[in-house]
Design a protein around this ligand. Structure first.
Ligand code: NAD
Length: 493
């Protein structure tokens, strides 16, 4: 049998199922971009909230804007919008949960007006988004709205025939304004620093080209809370589908697998009412910045440290790399000595246990995160993840040697593109050509890579940094060099 509302009753008792009356749930949240992450994160918080009395107004209606979402719509509809969440703990324990918080799904290419009307409906309090970084339509180099995108040009000129999230949201807000209904909150759940501010800037840039009065109304009435989101959710695989059938004999065509850790820190600035997500583990704060900094400088930077050093050694995944004791020690020392001194104390967070948990999460053998994925687009990541830490430590006169070896390793990685075992590395980066050509000058000029000033700023002129960097380069480029011996030497210095 397939998973649906009727077959729920047949599931074994170890599977957690929605205990609430789904027929009484209304959609207060419309979510655009129902990918794996939404189904492992926000939808799960809502699922838990719906188990508490008086919260039935907070169900979710999913929206798919892209043609590619047709199959997802068909599957969700056939399953009464239910799906399985397989939570894989670091110790190998597995929990299965059926999530019931999604009660409807609209496939926009089939009926655009239905989506606009749903967003504009008075029940809708929040329009949330996980449309990936690309969905925000900014130019990565300047951070400004990209007016040259043909879909955006269409949406500016055809307010009733939108394609993009900005077109739909603006059309719905126009209806709300005309009907005197007040605004909904637009809540980004994407992994972008200050995601609410970015969404606001992009939506206003879009709306002001379409309708000046409306964009002023949006500016005054719509809130865009910033949030930090965290839960590692790999892409669903055929083996995840097979697992669910084996585990409890019901077929789910699109289950989601994720780690057990989850975190959501949200700025409490909503246009209208909001769910009490704090009751089910989220945290409301006035400023999300220090939480974002902590996550980027420890989790994301930690991924890059393992990713680059591990790739040169010849490892393939994060769990494999961090299970090598030297790599785990290196990572922990980097976090303790070079990152932590720059982080502010945070309410509700014990940094020591946050770091312990991070290493445990990275070591989760059931979440296979490939180093190639971690190292992809390093040019967009390292300035925020690692170079920012180096710059602060230089100002404070603190240690930079562990982070510097990572930057020098990135040079070797971009230059040679092979592991010590001679395997070709799979490198994906929008700046790959430049990275490669600057790195290739290293043999003749050891700091050549640092001349990429869009990434490294003034580091090439900082003597403390270049002295350390040249040491790392010399070690890495020595004949028969071994990354583990170099890491060991840096740890001992
Ligand atoms: P996914 O590919 O499973 O889902 C992305 C969804 O967004 C899909 O439904 C897709 O159709 C839709 N989409 C993509 N581009 C769009 C656009 N331009 N307009 C409208 N819809 C669009 O990816 P995911 O794993 O769910 O990740 C989505 C985002 O969630 C990430 O980009 C990241 O910002 C955030 N996130 C993911 C993770 C993770 O571990 N997967 C962790 C934290 C945050």
């Amino acid at each position: 049998t397939g998973l649906n509302q009727q077959s729920l009753a047949q599931l074994p008792s170890h599977v957690d199922t929605p205990s609430y009356d789904r027929s009484a749930v209304k959609a207060g949240i419309i979510h655009i971009g129902v990918g794996g992450f939404h189904r492992a994160h926000q939808a799960v918080y809502v699922n838990e909230l719906l188990k508490t009395p008086g919260s039935e107004q907070w169900g979710i209606c999913g929206v798919g804007l892209l043609e590619g979402n047709r199959g997802l719509r068909d599957i969700l509809k056939q399953q009464d919008y239910l799906y399985t969440l397989t939570v894989r703990h670091p110790d190998g324990k597995i929990d299965n949960k059926v999530i019931g918080s999604m009660i409807d799904f609209l496939f926009a290419p089939e009926d655009k007006q239905a989506v606009i009307n749903k967003l504009a409906h008075s029940d809708t309090k929040i329009v949330s988004l996980t449309i990936t970084e690309g969905g925000y339509n900014f130019n990565p180099a300047t951070g400004e709205f990209d007016y040259s995108n043909p879909d955006i040009i269409n949406d500016i000129n055809n307010p009733n025939d939108p394609i993009t999230a900005f077109g739909y949201i603006t059309a719905a807000l126009k209806l709300r304004k005309e009907q005197g209904l007040g605004a909904f909150t637009v809540q980004s759940c994407d992994n972008i620093q200050h995601n609410g501010n970015v969404t606001r800037k992009m939506l206003l840039a879009f709306a002001s080209e379409q309708d000046k009065n409306l964009s002023e109304w949006i500016e005054q009435n719509v809130s865009f809370p910033n949030a930090m989101v965290d839960r590692i959710t790999p892409v669903s695989k055929k083996s995840d589908i097979d697992y669910v059938v084996d585990a409890y004999g019901v077929s789910d065509e699109w289950p989601i697998t994720c780690e057990s850790f989850t975190q959501w820190v949200i700025e409490d600035t909503f246009s209208d009412s909001r769910p009490n997500w704090d009751v089910v583990g989220a945290q409301f704060v006035t400023d999300v910045t220090p939480y974002e900094t902590m996550k980027i400088r420890l989790l994301n930077a930690g991924h890059s440290v393992l990713g680059l050093l591990g790739s040169i050694h010849g490892y393939g995944t994060i769990d494999e790399t961090v299970s090598d004791e030297l790599f785990a020690t290196y990572l922990r020392t980097f976090m303790d000595k070079e990152v932590t001194p720059n982080l502010e104390p945070l309410e509700g967070i014990d940094l020591q246990s946050y770091k312990d948990t991070l290493i445990e999460r990275f070591a989760n053998p059931n979440i296979k995160d490939s180093l190639a994925r971690i190292c992809s687009e390093s040019s967009a990541k390292l300035p925020k993840f690692i170079i920012a830490t180096i710059n602060e430590n230089l100002v404070q006169g603190r240690d930079i040697s562990l982070a510097t070896l990572v930057i020098a390793t990135w040079c070797l990685y971009s230059d040679k593109g092979v592991s010590e075992k001679g395997e070709k590395l799979e490198i994906q980066d929008a700046m790959y050509k430049e990275l490669n050509s600057y790195a290739q000058e290293t043999q003749t000029s050891p700091i050549a890579f640092l001349k990429l000033t869009s990434l490294f700023g003034k580091l090439e002129h900082n003597e403390a940094f270049t002295a350390e960097y040249k040491k790392s380069i010399a070690a890495l480029y020595a004949p028969n060099s071994k990354i583990k011996a170099i890491m060991q030497a840096v740890l001992e210095q």
